[in-house]
Design a protein around this ligand. Structure first.
Ligand code: AP5
Length: 221
């Protein structure tokens, strides 16, 4: 199954993609994580995108399209994937359609994480993740079961993101409204858009996503 997660920063896309990796053996393709790995590598491209990401603006379509084109061509993606953070512009969506058509396939579902913008700052400012496996946590909403120890891999180091500060978050929210929200009518028109109430608690959102995937699988069969 080939899925897209669409929602503003902090709406829970990464949290639910990680859940589905475990429950459905789908691969999470997070462009944010790929870009952060590129920055950490210290490459020339990493230095270019670091400043853009820290400001909260979007990285150029050319860079993002070539990053995803090479990733989805890898053998581990043949069984299906979740695009978490891509496409983020209509130009990226059109490029994705084209690359999938070349593989004689298409997107099965686009899941919209609908959320009241008022909760996003609180979600983002409390976020931290495991430095080893990337599992996401929150100071209030999702703490590790044993304080200071990752539930998934047992690591004890955690990190916070450089772009989770109020100025960058404001720019990220504006970028979502202006450049990414137009993808909703794009996928609605294609008949693959499915809206989830992302204001619910994490487990309740997971149940809605699972139900949506069951409906997509039935439609596909
Ligand atoms: P990216 O890393 O993709 O960030 P984002 O889209 O801003 O999304 P987030 O990761 O902030 O939020 P999320 O929805 O995954 O929320 P999460 O599950 O963590 O992109 C970063 C940057 O990279 C961009 O700004 C841009 O510069 C660049 N970039 C990436 N892709 C690009 C592209 N295609 N084109 C151009 N540029 C690109 O949840 C947040 C917190 O809330 C967590 O702590 C979690 O525990 C908690 N939480 C989750 N769900 C709930 C719930 N239901 N109730 C309560 N708490 C919850």
């Amino acid at each position: 199954m080939k899925l897209i997660f669409i929602g503003p920063p902090g709406s829970g896309k990464g949290t639910q993609a990680k859940h589905l990796e475990r429950s459905r053996e789908l691969i999470q393709l997070s462009t944010g994580d790929m870009l952060r790995a590129t920055v950490a590598s210290g490459s020339e491209l990493g230095q270019q995108v670091k400043t853009i990401m820290e400001s909260g603006e979007l990285v150029s379509d050319d860079i993002m399209v070539s990053m995803i084109a090479s990733r989805i061509a890898e053998p581990d993606c043949s069984g299906g994937f979740i695009l978490d953070g891509f496409p983020r512009t209509v130009a990226q969506a059109a490029a994705l359609d084209k690359m999938l058509a070349q593989q004689h396939t298409q997107i099965d579902g686009a899941i919209q994480f609908a959320v009241d913008p008022a909760v996003l700052i609180k979600r983002i400012s409390g976020r931290f993740s495991c430095s080893n496996c990337g599992e996401g946590y929150h100071d209030e909403f999702k703490q590790p079961k044993q304080p200071g120890v990752c539930d998934i891999c047992g690591a004890t180091e955690f990190k916070r993101r450089a772009d989770d500060n109020s100025d960058a978050v404001k720019t990220r929210l504006q970028a979502y409204e202006k450049q990414t929200a137009p993808l909703l009518p794009y996928y609605q028109y294609k008949g693959v858009l499915c809206k989830i109430d992302a204001m619910a608690e994490i487990d309740a959102v997971a149940a809605q996503v699972e139900k949506a995937l069951d409906a997509i699988a039935t439609q596909k069969a």
